[in-house]
Ligand binder design. Structure first.
Ligand code: SAH
Length: 248
């Protein structure tokens, strides 16, 4: 039997934000591999499916395990939250392929796109990503803090809307505050800042404030932070960034 590996994302949370293509891949799987809480979001499909739940910090081990299963002929689906290519498992799988058994390079590997947190968060508040934007992970587990500071400053210089993933965790409580301090030196204090928690779920919660007033302790691991560009503004109860840079 020929094995396969599909990397999917379950979307931000709500079942109807999982794509039909992702659902079809899950239906075909003999083995599901992923971080426990993400696997829990996948409803039981068939009794004969094996679930391999693991800890969040062992992404490369998990990727290697998935590749070994696929090489042994299993139909494997690796499950991430959101989109699998955004700060998630798809890149870990290719990293494992690069460093691993040369035979893995000929495996049938596919990536299914999913709704990433940034898009779900933007939709909760209007259209803050309507102009040019960028996404930065504040986690310094895999890169240095000086790299993050350099990218924040460049994003401010380029007047991008900035979506911050991984803004805070118990192990990293101070970095969002440091990021705000850096951005306050480069951007207007009135710039809109949005904290969107559990976007695209029934528990979604939005805190809208300004860069001058933003309190980093509002964010946790389930929060996506959006910092506006100079044109980002409020209309009625929505926040949006116009597509045109001309001020009307
Ligand atoms: N692959 C995921 C991102 C993984 S990084 C995706 O595409 O969405 C994990 C970070 O994503 C969290 O710390 C948080 O910043 C963000 N995140 C994930 N789901 C979220 C949600 N429903 N609402 C707000 N932020 C979310």
């Amino acid at each position: 039997m020929t094995g396969s590996l599909v990397v999917v994302g379950t979307g931000p949370g709500k079942a109807d934000l999982m794509t039909p293509a992702t659902r079809a891949a899950l239906n075909r799987a003999t083995d599901l591999v992923g971080y426990g809480p993400y696997l829990d979001r996948v409803p039981a499909i068939r009794a004969d499916q094996c679930r391999h739940a693991s800890d969040n910090r062992v992404e490369l081990d998990r990727a290697r395990h998935a590749l070994e299963l696929a090489a042994a002929g299993r139909q494997v689906v690796v499950v991430s939250g959101g989109d699998p290519g955004v700060f998630a498992m798809a890149a870990a799988v290719f990293e494992a392929v690069e460093a691993g058994d040369p035979a893995w390079r000929t495996l049938d590997i596919k990536v299914e796109p999913g709704v990433t947190a940034m898009l779900a968060a933007a939709a909760e508040v209007g259209a803050p990503l309507g102009g040019d934007f960028c996404a930065i992970s504040l986690s310094d587990n895999l890169k240095g803090w000086t790299t993050i500071e350099r990218r924040l400053a460049a994003a401010a210089e380029g007047d991008f809307v900035i979506a911050l993933y991984n803004p805070a965790s118990k192990a990293r409580p101070h970095q969002l505050g440091q990021a705000f301090d850096l951005l306050r030196k480069l951007k207007d204090a009135a710039t809109p800042v949005l904290f969107v928690r559990a976007a695209g779920t029934a528990e979604a919660k939005v805190v809208a404030t300004t860069l001058g007033a933003a309190d980093a302790s509002v964010a946790d691991m389930r929060t996506l932070v959006i910092i506006g560009a100079s044109t980002t503004r409020q209309v009625g109860r929505w926040i949006y960034t116009p597509r045109s840079e001309r001020r009307t």
